[in-house]
Design a protein around this ligand. Structure first.
Ligand SMILES: [Fe+2]
Ligand SMILES: [Fe+2]
Length: 492
């Protein structure tokens, strides 16, 4: 093989050699047998990465499913669990494959999956321990999102700098706080362009998207953007994953459905058909998290991979089906409070520095979500979102508190330009309706925004609906505290 090139994947802890000659030949998307980069060297488990996802009980009675990422061609390992009586149980993990039409992009890896049996006392894949239970009394939830390293030909984040891209530090700090679970609110994948020649010191070796493919991600891209930096979190903490717009099928969706999703759509949900990436939406789903006897948090995930932020589009009726499902799941029940987990905020505020004199500009987003969710938020106490790369809380009178936690590592938004606009969501800068079909919301009466990297640790308060949200920097230091009470947020 010619043009052998030592890969900068060393920076992500993976030793590999890239053969650029044959890769160029393999860049057409084809259903032919996988033939691509050699897989990274697995750990002692025989897997490249292991982690445990929080999934609905319809998928796993324990609400947990373990995944192992393996090199293509090797066999799925067994999941070993310890029963309460001390006996061990070995479960064969099932193979999850990417769609054949993803061709060389995912040729190097496969994913294996097995449900954790209820009442397990320990679990491991090979010799690697994996998270095996959800606490019966949950008292600490980590939230993070927008974690990938943004690579653009025009300007790239420095993926080799822990201050410019602090995801690995964030993951380590989350693991150190020992939360009962982590909620990842979407936008895992940002390696959507070739590393610019001017920035090889910053992102050298970052896997480029496959030429000509109708999507942007790859197995190696996910290894670099998520699996390696998040490893400390994966080792300790069950992960509830939400799909972001960067996981739309024309972007990072193939990896999302292969690695992170447990919905009925399956691992091939984003496989291109006739060279075109599909557009799809996962059904809304819920998981109950017991907080103490008589008090439960129901976390309801809504897929907002599609839609637009500043206009109401023909996608809105499809998006509305997901909010109708979510509203049913949030039906009031004594002792139960509901959070909506949705990547695009319903009431998020963008910096007005984006306006650049555009009379149609509105800082409110996301417009398709504002329209689609109308009349369906009455039973929620909070909306947990990300998408805007800040940490923020916004309060509309009579509506659930909106938190935006989009500061997990991706390049941050402009540092200034946040405040309560003169008009509410679904109005534009001239005070006109964005869409004649949807009434505007009342304006916010309070907002709080900080533009700095970090994550959130949420702990339940004494009374139903009460929470404290500690805003942490990447190294885990608290820099602000928010409260949630009676569907109302305050931060200081
Ligand atoms: Fe994002
Ligand atoms: Fe986003």
């Amino acid at each position: 093989m010619k043009n052998q090139l030592k890969s900068g994947l060393a920076l992500i802890g993976v030793t590999a050699t890239i053969f650029v000659g044959p890769l160029a030949a393999a860049q057409a998307v084809s259903p032919a047998p996988p033939e691509s980069l050699p897989a990274p060297i697995p750990r002692t488990s025989g897997a490249i990465a292991t982690y445990t996802l929080v999934v609905p009980t319809s998928v796993s009675k324990s609400k947990l499913q373990t995944r192992a990422v393996i090199p293509y061609g090797s066999h799925c390992p067994k999941l070993t669990t310890l029963r309460p009586n001390g006996a061990t149980k070995k479960t064969k993990m099932k193979l999850r494959s990417p769609g054949a039409s993803t061709g060389a992009a995912f040729a190097s890896i496969r994913v294996c999956s097995a449900n954790i049996p209820r009442y397990s006392q320990a679990a491991s894949v090979g010799r690697v321990k994996v998270p095996f239970k959800l606490a019966s009394k949950i008292d600490k939830i980590a939230l993070l999102a927008d974690t990938g390293c943004r690579i653009k030909v025009s300007r790239s984040q420095n993926c080799s700098s822990p201050t410019d891209w602090p995801l690995a530090t964030v993951a380590k700090s989350i693991a150190a706080t020992k939360p009962d679970l982590a909620m990842m609110l979407g936008d895992f994948f940002y390696r959507e362009e070739r590393c610019p020649d001017s920035a090889v010191d910053q992102c050298g070796g970052s896997p480029a998207p496959l030429n000509g493919a109708p999507f942007k991600d790859s197995g190696y891209g996910w290894i670099a953007d998520s699996l390696v930096p998040m490893a400390p979190l994966f080792a300790t903490t069950p992960l509830l994953a939400v799909r972001g717009n960067h996981e739309a099928c024309h972007r990072g969706g193939n990896g999302y459905f292969l690695l992170m999703d447990a919905s009925p759509l399956g691992s091939k949900a984003c496989a291109p058909k006739d060279g075109v990436a599909p557009t799809n939406i996962t059904p809304s789903w819920a998981v109950d998290l017991p907080l103490k006897p008589g008090r439960t948090l129901r976390a309801i995930s809504v897929d907002t991979a599609y839609g637009l932020d500043f206009e109401v589009t023909p996608w809105e009726p499809t998006q509305a089906t997901a909010y109708t499902q979510a509203a049913k799941l949030a039906k009031r029940k004594k002792g139960r409070e509901s959070w909506m987990l949705t990547h695009r905020p319903i009431f998020g505020l963008q910096s007005t520095d984006f306006a650049a004199g555009d009379p149609k500009f509105t800082p409110w987003g996301s417009a398709d979500q504002e329209a689609a969710a109308q009349g369906k938020l009455g039973n929620f106490s909070a909306i947990m979102s990300s998408h805007v790369h800040v940490t923020q809380a916004v309060q509309l009178p009579g509506y659930p508190a909106q938190f935006v936690i989009g500061n997990g590592g991706t390049e941050l938004e402009p540092p200034t330009g946040y405040g309560i606009p003169p008009y509410g969501p679904l109005l534009d800068g001239q005070g006109n309706r964005i869409s004649p079909d949807f009434a505007p919301y009342p304006n916010a009466n309070w907002q709080w925004t900080r533009v700095q990297f970090g994550f959130v640790v949420a702990t339940p308060g004494k009374k139903p609906g009460q929470w404290t949200l500690s805003q942490r920097s990447p190294n885990g230091k608290a820099f602000a505290t928010c409260s949630l009470k009676d569907r109302t947020a305050r931060c200081k």
